[in-house]
Design a protein around this ligand. Structure first.
Ligand SMILES: Cc1cc2nc3c(=O)[nH]c(=O)nc-3n(C[C@H](O)[C@H](O)[C@H](O)COP(=O)(O)O)c2cc1C
Length: 223
């Protein structure tokens, strides 16, 4: 009888214990109350699709802020002005952009010994506006170094195409050029008149072998 009573008591105790453990898993599966840190975190509306991808984050952080941006835009057919432009871009920490003609200039187009060739005919036609390939965005640019060769004492007509098709409001344009020996003349001022917007400075003529020191002084004088 004592054994039977003990067995009944043991069974009763085990039933109680089992009921107590059963309530614990219910708490585990319910949503835990947020910790203070979790409560302060953004709402979990950011699904993986809505959240910016790692690539987007890296791209955004790699791009410089769109403020006080310097850019060098250069038109160069035989590489002389481009060489100077590359140095300016490196020294000024500026983006370098080629102004590419829609129709490239061939060596024959540039033969100034023959007055019937393309470049010379264009320079003798004040209204000529050779096309530009692609689009050059000046978004965020505040200083624009604008480079070109001297053709018959003037800026190539394609430079007029460029300045007439862009808005330079808020931009200081610093023109520079190379040549076989001629000076820059009033090319910077003329481009500024054609642009009608922005602040165009007088152009500076550089030789192909211009030193970094000379270019740095020139860059610093326009800051
Ligand atoms: C059609 C044409 C006209 C030129 N006219 C002049 C000129 O009037 N004075 C001068 O010193 N050089 C003149 N040049 C020489 C270029 O200005 C010089 O070679 C320049 O550095 C070329 O620059 P790039 O290599 O960037 O195209 C002329 C060149 C060409 C093709």
């Amino acid at each position: 009888m004592k054994t039977k009573l003990t067995a009944i008591l043991l069974l009763f105790a085990l039933t109680l214990a089992s009921a107590g453990c059963g309530s614990a898993p219910a708490q585990v599966t319910s949503t835990p109350a947020p910790t203070p840190a979790q409560a302060a975190a953004p709402a979990p509306a950011q699904t993986p699709e809505a959240a910016p991808t790692q690539a987007a984050i890296e791209k955004a952080s790699a791009e410089p802020a769109q403020e006080n941006k310097s850019m060098v835009v250069v038109f160069s057919c035989t590489g002389t002005t481009k060489g100077v432009a590359e140095k300016i871009a490196a020294l000024a920490g500026a983006e370098l952009v080629d102004l590419v003609p829609a129709q490239p200039y061939t060596a024959e187009d540039l033969n100034y010994n023959d007055r019937s060739t393309r470049a010379t005919v264009e320079q003798n036609t004040p209204d000529a506006r050779p096309g530009i390939a692609g689009d050059i965005s000046l978004d965020g640019v505040t200083t624009l170094y604008l480079g070109y060769p001297i053709w018959w004492g003037q800026a190539p007509r394609i430079m007029s195409t460029f300045v007439e098709s862009h808005d330079f409001t808020g931009i200081t344009v610093v023109p520079f050029c190379t040549s076989g020996g001629s000076g820059a003349g009033r090319t910077g001022e003329t481009l500024g008149e054609q642009a009608g917007t922005g602040t165009f400075l007088g152009a500076t003529r550089f030789s192909s072998g211009v030193s970094d020191n000379e270019l740095q002084s020139w860059i610093d004088s326009h800051k």
